[in-house]
Design a protein around this ligand. Structure first.
Ligand code: HEM
Length: 319
């Protein structure tokens, strides 16, 4: 028989992340707003049909939301002053706000005051991955919206020039493992683009880990003193499709940004990357399955549940 003491030990043996995760649940809106997930899905699908690049934009938005103040939709808030979280340097280029606003407007029309902006962001990222031919996974819902969105809180986001150890520790601080780092950062970069701004410093420094021929390709797209806003695929030759090509590229010195390439310089990370490229089908790790698990884990970081936070009426402002 499990005693109360044993029960408490079991409960607290769970890390903080799984504790929060336990308070989210699948189909949270099944009674209160049964069409919630379908509405988000339709709007995400339309946005990606309009512009296939929106899949990557929505996936990135979820990461940037979760890493500051938890997955609470705080990145969506826009006050008059430009000191909101969304304007922090580390959030430069993050988008998808219009798609989330569109979904929220439709949800408010059908079931007012029920579906949180934080859940819309998590569901939109899930649907975006599936639209890009990645795995479809169930997302536990029930997140509530945060009310704090200070720019200064976004000062510690992972950066492209962070060392492997810094990247590992920034992920560990959020309850994410080294394997999650590989899956979520390098793995998510299987779709989307980067500005030359993030590539030029490693070209100027003649980063020796870049394949020499690929170096010339990157340099021709991002010439010294050229336009830093020119955009390049993160996953060379496979920008719109969710697949394992990004890992092959990283292995072959064709990673585009330093934070992806640097992972292959670390023995453990290298093993993880190689496991997704194994020739033997039996020993090949399943990128799609593992990515989905890591996404569910990320989507539970610091969530507000129950009576915490609020359900915003519009996603860009607290009530
Ligand atoms: C080590 C952590 C990470 C670093 C340093 C990093 C860095 C970057 C940089 C520099 C860009 C290009 C931004 C731009 O020019 O607009 C980018 C794009 C992107 N990131 Fe990350 N990232 C990290 C983790 C993640 C995670 C965890 C996800 C999602 C789970 C993600 C998803 C994306 C996507 C999809 C894009 C493409 C966005 C677009 O096409 O507009 N990243 N990332």
């Amino acid at each position: 028989m499990i005693t109360i003491a044993m029960f408490l030990v079991l409960l607290f043996a769970n890390d903080q992340l799984s504790f929060s995760e336990a308070q989210l649940r699948f189909g949270f809106y099944s009674k209160t707003c049964p069409s919630a997930e379908l509405i988000v899905h339709n709007i995400v699908q339309q946005a990606i049909t309009r512009d296939p690049g929106n899949a990557a934009v929505l996936l990135r938005l979820h990461f940037h939301d979760c890493f500051v103040e938890g997955c609470d939709g705080s990145i969506l808030i826009k006050h008059d002053a430009n000191d909101d979280e969304r304007f922090a340097g580390g959030n430069a280029g993050v988008g998808g706000f219009d798609v989330v606003d569109e979904a929220k407007a439709e949800l408010e029309r059908i079931c007012p005051g029920v579906v949180s902006c934080a859940d819309i962001v998590a569901l939109a990222a899930r649907d975006a991955v599936a639209e890009a031919k990645g795995p479809f996974y169930e997302v536990p819902t029930g997140r509530r919206d945060g009310q704090i969105a200070n720019m200064s809180n976004a000062a510690n986001l992972p950066e492209v020039e962070d060392s492997v150890n810094i990247l590992k520790s920034k992920f560990r601080e959020k309850g994410l493992s080294d394997k999650d780092l590989v899956l979520l950062s390098a793995g998510a970069h299987t779709i989307g683009t980067t500005a030359c701004f993030f590539v030029m410093p490693r070209l100027d420094a003649k980063d020796p880990t870049i394949n020499p021929e690929f170096f010339q390709v990157l340099r021709s797209k991002c010439p010294q003193g050229g336009d830093v806003n020119v955009r390049l695929p993160l996953d060379w030759e496979s920008q719109f499709v969710f697949d394992d090509q990004i890992f092959r590229n990283i292995k072959n010195g064709k990673g585009v940004i330093l934070s992806d390439s640097v992972l292959y310089q670390d023995n453990d990370m290298k093993k993880t990357i190689d496991s997704y490229l194994a020739n033997n089908r039996r020993s090949k790790a399943n990128f799609a399955t593992d990515f989905a698990k890591a996404m569910v884990k990320m989507s539970a970081i610091g969530v507000r549940v129950g009576v915490e936070g609020e359900i915003r009426r519009i996603c860009s402002a607290t009530n």
